[in-house]
Write a protein that binds this ligand. Sequence first.
Ligand SMILES: *[C@@H]1O[C@H](CO)[C@@H](O)[C@H](O)[C@H]1NC(C)=O
Ligand SMILES: *[C@@H]1O[C@H](CO)[C@@H](O)[C@H](O)[C@H]1NC(C)=O
Length: 346
Amino acid sequence: MAFTNQHFQFLCLTLVLISGLWATQSLARPLDHHKASSLRERHELWMARHGRVYKDEIEKENRFNIFKKNVELIENFNANASSNKLYTLGTNAFTDITTKEFVATHTGYKKRSDSTFGGPVTTRFRFENLTDADITPSMDWREYGAVTGIKYQGQCGCCWAFSVVAAVEGLNLIKTRQLISLSEEQLVDCVQGNNGCEGGEMKTAFEYIENNQGISTEDDYPYTASNGMPSQCLVKSSMVTINGYESIPPNDEGALMKAVSQQPVSVGIDGSGDEFMYYKSGVFQGECGNDITHAVTAIGYGTDTNGIDYWLLKNSWGESWGENGYMRIIRGQNKCGLTLDASYPV
Ligand SMILES: *[C@@H]1O[C@H](CO)[C@@H](O)[C@H](O)[C@H]1NC(C)=O
Ligand SMILES: *[C@@H]1O[C@H](CO)[C@@H](O)[C@H](O)[C@H]1NC(C)=O
């Protein structure tokens, strides 16, 4: 059979169709591929930055998928102009774990079964009679040198110890003009009423410091992010003592402001949401509830350039979280239950 012109045309058309199809695919593929590889590249960079090592390729793949999901959540949130946000989210050292894993390992607020929390509370506290004229309209205890650097609780549910230590460090500076980093580990190991890395509350720790006649320095009793043996609970030196603690009436941000104007205050908070976990900057107004899961230290308050009132909180999740480890959170809404268990050493 002769190779006719028609055959030739058919062949050409077929070739055009095939190459056209191939071209479409090769256009589509590099784009998807590019996106995936840049996320993979970002995961590699993120691993290097946060010193993350996985035991094998399977774990790495699982962690990459969580990382990818979290990056998408963060970027969708930040790109969504319709929500008129006053805060942003961002990646941090926890971007390859799920919120559930994070809350299970990095919070740790737990009420004692015999706790009076939620029960009758006294409304008496030493700052109750301060008036607006007595208190400064904004406060940042860092400016008074009353706040040690941001610490990291690691995978140990002892937020309560960090919350209490920051409040005692602040009071100690105010009373003695010395800023001394104090020992969370001593509280984790020695506070009988709490459960070390398995959770606890602040009151129990304040009572321990009062009854133990003090708390050691961080240097003398360094942090290990794990429960020490009871035998390790040999307090080397008692550096800082307190006479007790007081609680602030719940649901009263005016009362909390009176106290924070005078010294840093331990506060319980709901820190269990995605947006809380990925908070990066601005005045946080994201979703959270009133079930307290976490504890931080209120070290100030103020009003931002948009006229939004906020609380300034010191967290124990390292410097990669929030504004170099700190959060500004909206004030005037009892946001995330932050007035429900607030107390300070005296
Ligand atoms: C953007 O934000 C609005 C308001 O918060 C929300 O209703 C909407 O679902 C968001 N859209 C996306 C794509 O996340
Ligand atoms: C605050 O004022 C009331 C009424 O004068 C008084 O009973 C109370 O003891 C005062 N509180 C403190 C802490 O001084």
